[in-house]
Design a protein around this ligand. Sequence first.
Ligand code: UDP
Ligand code: MG
Length: 159
Amino acid sequence: MSNGVAEKTLILVKPDAIQRGLFGDITSRFEKKGLKLVGCKMMALDEAILREHYAHIADKPFFPGLAKFMQSTPVIAMCWEGLEVVDAVRNITGITKAREAESGSIRGDFAMSVSCNVIHASDSVENAEVEVKRFFNPDELHAYDKSEYMHVYAADELE
Ligand code: UDP
Ligand code: MG
């Protein structure tokens, strides 16, 4: 059972957010938006998973510093579900360079850096599918009916 809405996205709560005690504030944004949490765990990232996850920037000069930062504490990986959730979450997240991110977005409200920008969020449906599989085993993802969905979506959106 999953209320008929299946799109999923990956969030990583980065070490700067862990150190600054922002996990609750960040999670609260997604909860209040009406999204459904279907997976959540704390994990230390090794070099291999970082190279895979950041393959598109692994040859950039800033990658070694980014890898060190991402390994400085464990991260919290979350999988959120909702209608067109990948785009919805990217909107809530804000642009990469946090000091220019829109006010009201998570990066806009909580961060000042281009590297330490508090969360990762999948950038496309295609990448989200790969990223959710990268960070979660199938038995770590949970399907359940969220009772508030009848107040979050119109009936025809849940068909
Ligand atoms: N990053 C960085 N320096 C840069 C660009 C990116 O340290 O000049 C880091 C930053 O933490 C960013 C991550 O690399 O969130 C992934 O980069 P991407 O372009 O995919 O940005 P995002 O999708 O996170 O907005
Ligand atoms: Mg990205």
